[in-house]
Design a protein around this ligand. Structure first.
Ligand SMILES: [Zn+2]
Ligand SMILES: [Zn+2]
Length: 365
């Protein structure tokens, strides 16, 4: 099978994908992803950047190169918009705050790491021994802003999962964020959101009005931007062209998959989209068809889980995930996504669960 478009390496050229909207590809190396798209929305004063890539010099240099090509001076980057709390999207923001005094726009509940209001089984009391050193350091003896960043970066992977069983290796994104905390001296790379927004807010960018859509699912703090005048949709990771974003079972939402479906439906209702601009992969136009395909993918997974459950009988999340995913994908992320699907079935009355020891055992019919 050929490379999926989201896996393509970052290309250096800058392309105008819609009037006054420039696509700049920045390098990332993550499973299934080869680049992240930073979009520059250009106006008379300079530009707003949506999702300025990872923290660190590689991404920063690439972005400076793209800005130079576009004739945008660093000091004229007046705004950074972060679509959600993943480091490949918000990581570059803090440096713009420092170098150009940019304001940072993100959802009012922007929070990096695990939400502190997670299910009781994964609450902060389990943090204890395995809390990463860098994070512990950042909370002690640093100024208030760093402590606040520490709170935003609260990790909960030290404890058992809600579904029990052997303690999983922290998922890739969590390991990466700890590594980044070490590399960048604590959590200073997590931006303060200077201009928090919520659903329905209007932003003036690229000399036009953009509506903020709150689209929880992939993360609870995910936002998309919609310009009804020219039919432009900035989708972040919510609607990607050929892959589906990870839906984590560990969330402040009881049913993150239901939230995701709801957010896909909100997007599908938008008329007149000509340019859907994703955070990974190429621009596309049929936004509604893509939301339907993503929903269908998850409906298929739900059906498959029910078939697996009929075959296995009562089974743990780990056992079900190993039937649902290929061996190369086994682990915490697969279990977390399986758990999200099982809880979705349970809350809809299509599955039951009980505890055996520390493990949750599901029966889905
Ligand atoms: Zn993401
Ligand atoms: Zn992403």
């Amino acid at each position: 099978m050929g490379k999926r478009q989201e896996q393509e390496e970052a290309r250096t050229e800058v392309t105008e994908v819609a009037p006054d909207v420039l696509r700049m590809q920045l390098p990332i190396q993550m499973p299934g992803l080869g680049h992240v798209n930073c979009y520059a929305l250009v106006d008379g004063e300079g530009a707003a950047l949506v999702d300025p890539g990872l923290p660190g010099t590689t991404s920063w240099r690439a972005l400076q190169d793209r800005l130079k090509q576009a004739g945008i001076r660093l000091k004229h980057v007046h705004t950074v918009v972060v679509t959600h709390s993943h480091p490949d999207h918000f990581g570059g923001a803090t440096r713009f705050v420092r170098e150009s005094g940019a304001r940072v726009i993100g959802h009012r509940n922007f929070r990096f790491g695990m939400p502190s209001a997670a299910t009781p089984e994964v609450s902060a009391e389990h943090l204890g021994a395995e809390k990463p050193a860098a994070e512990a350091e950042s909370e002690a003896g640093k100024p208030a802003s760093a402590a606040a960043a520490g709170n935003r970066a609260l990790g909960t992977w030290g404890g058992p999962t809600p579904w029990g069983g052997t303690r999983p290796r922290p998922p890739f994104k969590q390991r990466m964020s700890w590594r980044m905390m070490r590399m960048f001296g604590g959590t200073d790379f997590v931006p303060e959101i200077s201009d928090p927004v919520e659903n329905g807010n209007v932003l003036r960018l690229a000399k036009r009005d953009w509506f903020v859509l709150h689209t929880p699912g992939h993360t609870e703090d995910h936002i998309c931007l919609h310009d009804p005048e020219l039919g432009i949709f900035l989708g972040g990771d919510h609607v990607l062209p050929s892959i589906t974003p990870h839906i984590s079972g560990i969330s402040s939402s009881r049913d993150p998959l239901a939230s995701f479906f709801y957010s896909l439906d909100r997007v599908a209702e938008i008329n007149g989209i000509k340019h859907a601009l994703p955070a990974h992969g190429h621009p596309f136009s049929d936004l509604r068809a893509r939301t339907e395909a993503i929903k269908r993918h998850h409906y298929d997974r739900l059906d498959k889980i029910r078939a697996i459950s009929r075959e296995l009988g009562p089974a743990s999340v780990e056992d079900i995930s190993k039937k649902l995913f290929q061996p190369r994908s086994w682990g915490a992320m697969a279990e977390s996504e399986t758990y999200a699907h099982l809880e979705h079935l349970r809350l809809a009355g299509n599955a039951e669960s009980h505890r055996e020891g520390e493990k949750l055992i599901y029966t889905a019919g």
